[in-house]
Design a protein around this ligand. Structure first.
Ligand SMILES: [Zn+2]
Ligand SMILES: [Zn+2]
Length: 488
């Protein structure tokens, strides 16, 4: 049983009410590039939701874009001029590159596109719209009424001392638009109005029923649980520490909002190999859309399926891509290095298929031609953008002007003779022949094989020689060997 099936079973067993209906929630703050770590949160929700459905439950699967949160600081990937937007809600900050209507959309749109490629289809909610349409208003009111009780809960559980004038609500300043710089002075509960003073000098009022401000994170989170009746939610491990946001939210939702906390699925980070934790605020990370150029969606999904949420993930665009491909079996089952070799040796699809047939994959070609066709564009893109040099080559159309030692010439002419005389065609046979010739002529392996790579690729290294040669068009193979023996 996979981890998400185990979790689904545990979640289902805990639920007492009938019919068994679940609200699965995921949330991302679009403060920067939305990377593979954010995708982990959504993927956990997706996999558990699917498993619950499969177990016969009614499931609502949701994605909340926390775009009403404010810009925390001028991140390294932003122009210095963005300093002036710090404190303003992400949905009201301009797009740093000017291609979308606002900052949050710039990062959300590519992510949502990736979700649709991955066939992850949550119901999407935008926090700015929820606040502005008054969905949060009753709980903002409740939180303001319970200000002291909430402050006590947070102080007691987190050990933090809150300032005397602390408020669970951050009104938006009408002059500077910031929500992080205001202090609540007074509340008029009858008219949903908060009187504030802002660091910019402005004094004014904000209507919390119209979304003129936002709850602080520790209160905003449990308020959402109550409003939507959230049953299951994953979150980064920083929120799940002792005294952290989950601990305080759990108590706030029960004691203040009379609701229940969701079944928690805390998860570990996703790391970019050699660089560190993926984080929107540092810009370290890969966005799913760029990974989906070189990995089919099934295999990217598998990246999350194979590891439990509480274990960390590591990714890079070189090794991890190949490792995942082979572990998953690609789409056709042909090993990735063999595919990489074959598609670099052939330009047309038909000759690629012929080559695969000659090199041990006749049955696969017969049964999985469509899948092979689907795999090729991913691998071509990978070769173009990310492949290390040792995996890249180009078959030279004409004999490269290279030098060969006498040993190498002897090696090639002997090989040519056997290939022609024995009508040798398979990769396995050629592989064995090359090794026995090398032994017979007592040539060091490096010297022997570089002869092959030099005359076909114009370089000293290349893929596994026997299969590489068998994969080439036979007439071309024989002609090139002849030319090399005669001319070099
Ligand atoms: Zn944009
Ligand atoms: Zn202000």
């Amino acid at each position: 049983m996979m981890w998400f099936e185990e979790l689904a079973r545990e979640i289902k067993e805990k639920k007492k009410d009938r019919p068994i209906r679940f609200f699965v929630s995921t949330m991302v703050t679009p403060s920067g590039p939305i990377h593979l770590g954010n995708l982990k949160e959504v993927m956990i929700g997706h996999l558990v939701a699917m498993a619950l459905k499969k177990a016969g439950c009614e499931v609502s699967f949701n994605f909340f874009a926390d775009n009403y949160d404010y810009l925390r600081r001028c991140y390294p990937f932003l122009p210095a001029s963005y300093q002036r937007y710090v404190g303003i809600s992400l949905s009201e900050v301009p797009d740093p590159e000017g291609c979308h209507k606002s900052y949050d959309q710039h990062f959300l749109q590519p992510f949502l596109k990736a979700l649709s490629i991955l066939e992850i289809r949550p119901q999407i909610h935008y926090m700015d719209q929820l606040y502005k349409s008054g969905v949060y208003a009753p709980l903002i009111k409740k939180a303001l009424e319970s200000r002291e009780q909430i402050a006590q809960i947070i102080s007691r559980i987190s050990g933090r001392t809150l300032p005397k004038d602390w408020s669970p609500f951050m009104p938006r300043c009408r002059r500077c638009q910031k929500i992080s710089t205001t202090t609540v002075k007074e509340v008029d509960f009858q008219h949903n109005t908060v009187f504030y003073q802002c660091q910019c000098g402005d004094k004014g009022e904000s209507d919390f029923a119209k979304g003129e401000g936002k709850l602080v994170w520790r209160v905003h989170w449990p308020a959402g649980w109550k409003i939507f009746g959230v049953d299951v939610e994953g979150f980064g491990k920083d929120l799940g520490t002792r005294g952290g946001a989950y601990d305080t939210a759990k108590v706030i939702v029960k004691e203040v909002f009379q609701g229940e906390p969701p079944f928690p699925i805390p998860y570990e980070w996703v790391y970019l190999k050699g660089q560190g934790k993926m984080a929107g605020s540092t810009g370290i990370g890969l966005i799913p859309l760029e990974v989906l150029e070189v990995l089919p969606p099934q295999i990217l999904t598998y990246f999350y399926q194979r590891t439990r949420p509480n274990r960390h993930h590591e990714f890079d665009l070189q090794k991890t891509v190949l490792e995942l491909w082979d572990e998953f079996g690609g789409l056709s089952g042909i090993p990735v290095r063999h595919l990489l070799m074959t598609i670099q040796s052939h330009h047309s699809f038909d000759s690629t298929l012929d080559s695969l047939k000659r090199t041990g994959y006749e049955q696969v070609v017969k049964e999985k031609e469509e899948q092979i066709k689907e795999e090729i564009p991913y691998l071509r893109k990978w070769l173009e953008k990310y492949a290390p040099n040792e995996l890249r080559f180009q078959v030279q159309k004409t004999l490269p002007q290279v030098r060969l030692t006498d040993n190498q010439k002897k090696f090639l002419s002997n090989f040519l003779k056997t290939v022609v005389e024995k009508k040798m065609t398979s990769g396995e046979e050629m592989h064995r022949e090359l090794h026995s010739l090398k032994k017979q002529l007592q040539i060091p392996p490096q010297e022997a094989f570089s002869a092959i790579y030099r005359i076909f690729l114009g370089q000293d290294y290349g893929p596994q020689a026997g299969w590489f040669l068998a994969g080439l068009d036979r007439r071309f193979l024989v002609r090139r060997l002849q030319e090399a023996v005669e001319k070099l």
